[in-house]
Design a protein around this ligand. Structure first.
Ligand code: AMP
Ligand code: GLY
Length: 426
């Protein structure tokens, strides 16, 4: 098989790494890829949001399968363009990708199908009306910009002043562009979060192993929200009773709802959950795999990913093929100084060669590139040090030990990934 992977972050490095392990894969291209992916696939400098350019690329390469990592190509209609040409691709249609592309579409879908979610206070396209609505909400309040905002579109506001300031910035000063001109106000939920991701061919589905992301920048869940500072996976995250509840109250109604609404869904569906005292509730849908959840998920895969994804594209997913390593995995994200705010790029990364692939640790690259044969930083989240092990404590220990060998100017990372679930494990 020849495979085209779209995207250039840690998630895509994880996918490329795993796809390459398949005996049936002879060639992988990645658009645009990054400094780590370049060691395992042929990187081609094409913007993942540019559907016509990606169609032209696929025309030239004629891949047997295209796997889409990020949301932007999906929301821009990449899979529709491929499906029209009968090219095998994994990822939902533009219409289905609205589950992520519009928070209001997603909230209406959840309400229409009675799927547990945070109560909606209202949707607004006028900042004055949204500010007036602040008089009648409970705190904390959650404000969500409707469109895609690369992780910057959600505020959990503790008080009216903070909320009003955010509304002014996104709705009047256009800090998030057109994506912020409409907002959704909803109830703030409390609890532990869980990322529950399924893979579906539109008929059958298979759940991936459960993961937990760490969204805040600093230890103890302090600081601003980020794209994700680390993730772990263990089966303990999902006791059988909780799994049964999630399947019956959320997954089944979601798949039935999509069918009822006439929205075929093929690809990965990420269900972001809050485990509240009154049961699991949906925080968000993403039309793709999570990042850094994917790094932790791939580390536990014990099946041929290329075969399974080809099955999905052909509409013949066999859920029994998805087998998982017991135990646990963890991914610790090493970020640039200043991230998620302003940061500098172009810093040389040292220590990478001290970590060999057979150490059980894999350093997955996100914001890196190669300049004059050296690997330098080129993004906010730079590397995801990923390990698996018989226990979460063992996986965390291996990941942190390797992280300690890597250096670049300004590097910071959380020291407490998975710590709440594996006391003393890091
Ligand atoms: P989203 O992009 O919708 O997942 O939101 C990003 C993050 O904001 C989530 O992972 C949660 O940490 C937080 N969040 C979103 N919605 C809520 C909510 N209703 N209550 C509390 N936190 C939320
Ligand atoms: N890690 C959360 C996300 O990928 O949206």
């Amino acid at each position: 098989m020849k495979i085209l992977v779209i995207g250039g972050g840690g998630r895509e490095h994880a996918l490329v790494w795993k796809l390459k392990q398949s005996a049936r894969v002879e060639k992988i291209w990645c658009a645009p890829g990054n400094g780590g992916i370049a060691g395992e696939a042929e990187c081609v400098p094409v913007d993942p949001g540019d559907v016509p350019a990606l169609v032209a690329l696929a025309e030239r390469f004629a891949p047997d399968l295209t796997v889409v990592g990020p949301e932007l190509p999906l929301v821009n209609g990449l899979t529709d363009a491929f499906a029209r040409r009968r090219w095998p691709v994994v990822g939902p249609s533009q219409q289905a990708a609205q589950l992520e592309g519009s928070k209001i579409f997603s909230k209406e879908f959840l309400e229409r199908h009675a799927i547990p979610t945070a109560k909606r206070y209202g949707c607004f396209d006028s900042a004055a009306q949204a500010r007036a609505a602040l008089a009648n909400v409970a705190w904390p309040l959650v404000i969500k910009a409707d469109g895609l905002c690369a992780g910057k579109g959600v505020l959990v506001a503790g008080d009216r002043e903070e909320a009003a300031d955010f509304l002014t910035r996104v709705m009047e000063k256009d800090e998030l562009g057109p994506a912020g001109r409409r907002v959704l106000l909803e109830e703030g939920l409390a609890g532990d979060e869980l990322s529950f991701i399924i893979l579906t061919d539109g008929q059958r589905y298979a759940p991936l192993v459960p993961t937990r992301d760490h969204k805040r920048a600093f230890d103890g869940n302090r600081g601003p929200n980020t794209g994700g500072m680390g993730a772990y996976s263990t089966d303990d995250l999902l006791p059988e009773a909780l799994r049964a509840t999630i399947v019956s109250t959320i997954v089944d109604p979601t798949l039935r709802g999509l069918a009822t609404d006439g929205i075929p869904y093929q690809g990965f569906l990420y269900i972001g959950l809050m485990l509240t005292p009154s049961g699991p509730k949906v925080l968000e849908f993403n039309c793709r795999l999570g990042d850094p959840e994917t790094q932790a998920i791939v580390a536990r895969m014990d099946f041929d990913l290329a075969e399974v994804l080809a099955d999905v594209a052909a509409g013949r997913l066999d859920p029994a093929k998805l087998r998982w390593k017991p135990g646990a995995s963890a991914c610790v994200v090493l970020a640039s100084g200043g991230y998620p705010g302003k940061y500098e790029s172009g810093k040389r990364i040292d220590g990478l060669t001290t970590i060999t692939d057979n150490s059980g640790v894999k350093v997955l690259h996100a914001g890196t590139k190669i300049v004059n044969d050296a690997i330098v930083t080129s993004g906010g989240r730079v590397l995801g040090v990923t390990a698996s092990g018989p226990t979460l404590a063992a996986a965390l220990q291996a990941a942190y030990q390797a992280a300690g060998k890597i250096r670049f100017e300004g590097m910071h990372y959380r020291k407490d990934i998975g710590a709440a679930a594996a006391p003393g494990g890091d």
